[in-house]
Design a protein around this ligand. Structure first.
Ligand code: ZN
Length: 275
């Protein structure tokens, strides 16, 4: 009896100590896992909510502008229809619907076209789209216009100041390949004369500049002529000041002549005075 009681006691102690060890281990594990789990869970939730979009809105917008400005006018002139397989097709831009629901009311007033909310700057409206209207993004086809930025020279347009960055031959070759691929898919030469002409044009307009040799710039043709207010003001000022400048020069020259003539007249008079 005493033996069995002793055995029970040791078993109980053994169980309790096991329980304590288990509890301790569980606590330690939970301590180290808390931050990771929380971050993992929240990011997962965010992804589920926002359908995680790996596509830059800003770069997509730059690519869209380049297409609009340097390609679309020529495609329209040829009355050519881009196929939906072509990645330059408007349906490739998953932000298109949102971008078309931006209403620029005034310099510091941007309105959401879906819910009419007003924002001070475009970036706040972009954030609003990301937070409130993410369900309207056309993510089903997995296309992203920003992926074409390499071929379309988005960086050339976005940071127009820093063109002097070192050229990377491998990157240039890669972009050229992407560019030529676009030309082949969007304007197949066997699809008739206008496709063939546009193919040639696309190579010249976008692909030829993917080289490290200097002097070759993209967008040989097209683009809006930017006659800025500053340029106009400068021209008006120059036109106004040019006659004034000549008048001043004329008078200063005349005054100089007058002075030298006076000196010439004055000198003999002085000489004639007795010293
Ligand atoms: Zn809204």
């Amino acid at each position: 009896m005493r033996d069995s009681k002793g055995m029970e006691k040791t078993r109980a102690i053994y169980r309790i100590s096991l329980l304590l060890i288990a509890l301790h281990l569980a606590f330690a594990a939970s301590q180290s896992d808390i931050p990771q789990d929380i971050s993992r869970d929240t990011s997962r939730n965010l992804n589920e909510e926002h359908q995680e979009v790996h596509c830059s809105r800003e770069r997509s917008r730059a690519a869209w502008k380049i297409i609009e400005e340097y390609l679309t006018p020529f495609v329209e002139k040829e009355k050519y229809q881009l196929s939906s397989r072509c990645r330059l097709h408007p349906s490739s831009d998953l932000f298109r619907d949102q971008e078309e629901h931006k209403i620029h009311v005034d310099v510091n007033e941007w309105r959401c076209g879906y819910c009419k909310k007003i924002f001070r700057a475009e970036k706040f409206l972009d954030q609003h789209f990301d937070n409130r209207h993410y369900n309207l993004l056309n993510v089903s086809h997995g296309k992203c216009l920003a992926d074409l930025c390499g071929a379309l020279h988005c960086d050339y347009v976005i940071n127009s100041q820093s063109h002097k960055s070192k050229c990377n031959p491998a990157a240039a070759a890669r972009n050229r390949h992407l560019c030529e691929d676009l030309a082949n898919k969007c304007f197949p030469v066997n699809e008739g004369p206008s496709a063939s002409r546009l193919h040639e044009f696309f190579l010249h307009q976008f692909c030829d500049a993917h080289t490290c040799s200097r002097g070759v710039k993209p967008f040989a043709r097209g683009g809006k002529k930017h006659t800025s207010v500053l340029y106009l003001a400068a021209s008006v000022l120059i036109l106004m000041f040019l006659p004034m400048f000549y008048v001043i020069v004329f008078f200063s020259q005349r005054d100089k002549k007058g002075l030298t003539q006076l000196k010439r007249v004055a000198r003999p008079g002085r000489k004639s005075k007795p010293s």
